[in-house]
Design a protein. Sequence first.
Length: 230
Amino acid sequence: MTAKKTLLSEFLVYLSSLPEDSIQRIPSLIQLSKILGISVATLREQLEEARSLGLVEVRPKAGIKKLPYNFSTAIKPGLIYAVRAGSLSYHQFADLRRHLESAYFVEAAQTLTPLDIDRLTDLITSAQSGFRATPGKVPAQEHREFHLTIYKNLKNQYLTGVLDAFWEVYHLSGMEVYPDITYIDRVWQYHERIVEEIRARNYALGLALLTEHMDLANQREKNVPRSAFE
């Protein structure tokens, strides 16, 4: 085994040797401890690490099953820890997300199908109905899905993984509570205009609107009292 050289545990080295779409049943911990030459106690720790990374599923009777790799699932625990501990700045991660969305926007928008664009419109309608109601409701899920939908057809796990993880950090950082309803209404007006330009295939103008929209978010004053929606 080359666990030390690869920075992977013995179990992760073993797991990585299996085909990505493997349906092969993984041996029991007792059998694996003999195969890998480590104790069952050590193997349990390594198995828990693999579970936290979303690499395996463990069920009674069914045993251990390898799962398809998901970049977002793998990086979220570390990011969530860093945000909670104050080790990393939300604003630095938000800046990374802004650059990624801007860089890939035109390419991503060109891959959207009419059904995808209709879904974006539906999300806008749902969001606006929610925050304009009494009491208002923060369209957190709609906001997340709106942005992720634009990039989903690129099939780039690194990109979608980072963008998906951003929304976890966004939530943990309290950014889903907005200064006032005027601000949130303006945000969704931008979304509406972006979709109009995507539908018209005016991708450069759509990108310009996306940039304005994200600059607006960047300018939010951190210490302004925020109105909470139910």
